[in-house]
Design a protein around this ligand. Structure first.
Ligand code: FAD
Length: 471
């Protein structure tokens, strides 16, 4: 029987363990997680009737892997979409909240009237956005790349890039749109320019497709999915379904080395805080900055490739208020803050407006984001300071002057990968280097793909390389 050690009990490692149990060949799986609990970034806390997803609160519905996994582990009936009545976003501009023009897809306008009516952009910016229809498309070759900021500015103008697409698309990565790779972060935009010659034309075509679906009786589905009791249930249920895998928490991998050829214990030795483990296959389901020191002796080149992948830190501050104390209607999923606003926060989610089931009746829950690339010093501030800053921002922007009924702070240190321009070929080289070591597998947060569905996909793909799926 193959022995497999999985390092990392985030959703990538768990998805790999789950998939290995479905494999054709039975494997003896040991999963080691450094932290006291499983889940990595996926952390759900329940407090006085509130459901608090500290980090990720959902995943993109268009990527099927997380949804399929949720169904497989018995969560099909728990899947929820965002509330249909609040599917809009505000942008902070010059100290005021402006609704994003309706009809945007990935920050690209698809309708003329909402753009013309929007007070977020001046006339020159609106005219410039319209030039997308005639600006000649760039000819994309395989590994060409560009930053999100420069790509959107080239197609739709500087103001749309700065006020709409930058905070919307860069915000997902807590990153600087001026250095994030459009190819790695929003490949749909590259496809749109290549296939349609214009982002507006491409997104209009997509809108038409969605309309046709709606006309055929399929209701406009939510772009994001979550779970009624929080995304943490995905972790709990996947872990619960593992039949044979041996799972240890508070056990960190420290070093990975090869065993001599023909060693009956397997190909690999994984030194951990709880003693050595031997394996035929090792799955490193941890971010690249964690892999770097683990493989330092084994392969210094792989180690330095991993060390080059950068991760930003972030903090989330949750504030609960009585609905009664909030004058703003909170009629959106939240607001985004463009970098040019120079505020200490990145965004605010109106959690209880975005999702049902997140706050008890008569209460509202807000989540304020701090940190991200260039603002990581904010994450080092103490809890009281972050809560004070969060309160001053919601006072200024949402006019909430009452104290919260509770506040909670969570930190995510070096957890948000920053796929900079050129990320994809760099990752291909890194993964090809890792593949030169038979039985060593690397995947998860920060390699190829982003977010929970890609993490699940990578875990499943690694498992399929170790043992093909039992059909
Ligand atoms: C604030 C925030 C919000 C996000 N929001 C969303 C969202 O809304 N939707 C979405 O799809 N994605 C979101 N993401 C991204 C998403 O969280 C990640 O893509 C996903 O969780 C990655 O899972 P992973 O298992 O690869 O990595 P991780 O979650 O980082 O898990 C890695 C695990 O490895 C463990 N580990 C580290 N070192 C060792 C060691 N030496 N030995 C053993 N174990 C170790 C860690 O403790 C951790 O549990 C968000 C991320 C952050 C930080």
């Amino acid at each position: 029987m193959k022995r497999v050690v999985i390092v990392g009990g985030g959703i990538t490692g768990l998805a790999a363990a789950h998939a290995l149990e479905k494999g054709r060949e039975r494997c003896e799986v040991q999963l080691v997680e450094a932290g006291p609990q499983l889940g990595g970034n996926l952390r759900t806390l329940r407090h006085n009737g509130f459901i608090i997803d500290a980090g990720p609160d959902s995943w993109i519905a268009a990527k099927p892997h997380a949804t399929r996994l949720a169904r497989e582990v018995g969560l099909g009936d728990e899947l929820i979409g965002t509330r249909p009545d609040t599917r809009r976003v505000y942008i902070v501009w010059q100290r005021k909240l402006y609704p994003m023009p309706e009809g945007l897809i990935l920050g690209v306008p698809t309708a003329v009237k909402p753009l013309i009516d929007s007070e977020l952009l001046g006339w020159d910016a609106k005219m410039r956005a319209g030039l997308d229809l005639v600006v000649p498309p760039r000819r994309w070759r395989e590994d060409d790349d560009e930053s999100i900021g420069s790509f959107v500015a080239r197609r739709l103008g500087h103001d749309v890039a700065e006020r709409i697409a930058g905070p919307l698309l860069g915000g997902i990565f807590a990153g600087d749109p001026g250095s994030l790779s459009v190819r790695a972060c929003v490949p749909q935009l590259v496809d749109a320019e290549r296939d349609h010659g214009s982002l507006v034309r491409a997104m209009r075509a997509l809108k038409e497709k969605r309309r046709a679906k709606a006309a055929a009786g399929e209701s406009e589905a939510s772009a994001f999915l979550s779970l009624k009791r929080g995304v943490g249930d995905l972790v709990v249920n996947v872990a619960h379904k593992l039949r044979d895998a041996e799972v240890s928490t508070s056990r960190a991998a420290r070093k990975i080395d090869r065993l001599p050829e023909g060693d009956p214990r397997g190909r690999w030795i994984v030194e951990t805080s709880g003693g050595p483990l031997h394996a035929d296959d090792v799955v490193l389901a941890v971010p690249a900055n964690v892999v770097a020191p683990l493989v330092g002796d084994l392969d210094p080149e792989l180690s330095s490739m991993c060390a080059e992948v950068t991760y930003a830190s972030a903090a989330t501050v949750f504030l609960a208020f009585r609905k009664f104390d909030v004058r703003h209607p909170l009629d959106a999923v939240g607001f985004l803050v463009p970098r040019a606003e120079n505020r200490p926060i990145l965004a605010c989610t109106f959690v209880s407006s975005k999702w049902d089931h997140r706050a008890p009746a008569g209460q509202v829950l807000l989540r304020v984001f701090f940190g991200g690339a260039g603002n990581e010093h904010m994450v080092a501030r103490d809890d009281a300071d972050l809560v004070r800053l969060a309160r001053s921002q919601v006072l200024d922007l949402l006019d909430i002057d009452r104290p919260p009924s509770f506040a909670k702070v969570f930190r995510f240190k070096r957890s948000s990968p920053q796929p900079h321009v050129g990320h994809i070929p760099r990752m291909r080289r890194l993964l090809a280097r890792a593949a030169t070591h038979p039985g060593l597998h690397v995947g998860g947060n920060g390699y190829l793909g982003t977010g929970i569905p890609d993490a699940v996909r990578q875990g499943e793909e690694i498992a399929a390389r170790i043992t093909p799926l039992d059909t």
